[in-house]
Design a protein around this ligand. Structure first.
Ligand SMILES: Cc1cc2nc3c(=O)[nH]c(=O)nc-3n(C[C@H](O)[C@H](O)[C@H](O)COP(=O)(O)OP(=O)(O)OC[C@H]3O[C@@H](n4cnc5c(N)ncnc54)[C@H](O)[C@@H]3O)c2cc1C
Length: 82
């Protein structure tokens, strides 16, 4: 087939099998977080498409990254979230 380009659809299933004994996920394998993007394991944060209920857009994933980073810094400084 003579084509100018190809977009390969690799699917939307998150590769989180290796985390399932550590972090709580939903049925599809997306990692559950609270409003601070902290996972079920204190001190571990999740951001972007891998997160349960993510809007799965570039801008929301970037925002998640900033939120998770700020909260991770708070956690490291205080040893807790609040
Ligand atoms: C076909 C398609 C079209 C899209 N179009 C749009 C659009 O028009 N507008 C828009 O806003 N959004 C669009 N999106 C969604 C957007 O691409 C995602 O929301 C965004 O890329 C998510 O960013 P992320 O950093 O969470 O995840 P990703 O961009 O998926 O980055 C995750 C990275 O982690 C790496 N990784 C995975 N597992 C491991 C591991 N165990 N160790 C180390 N690295 C690992 C992956 O290789 C990848 O590089 C589109 C998505 C697809 C698939």
């Amino acid at each position: 087939m003579n084509l100018d380009g190809v977009f390969i659809f690799v699917g939307l299933t998150p590769s989180t099998d290796y985390l399932r004994n550590l972090l709580e996920t939903d049925e599809s394998g997306h990692i559950k977080t609270d409003i601070n993007l902290q996972t079920s394991e204190k001190g571990i944060f999740a951001a972007g498409d891998i997160r349960a209920n993510s809007a799965s857009q570039l801008i929301s994933s970037a925002g998640d990254g900033a939120t998770a980073a700020i909260n991770a810094k708070k956690y490291i400084s205080k040893g807790k979230m609040s």
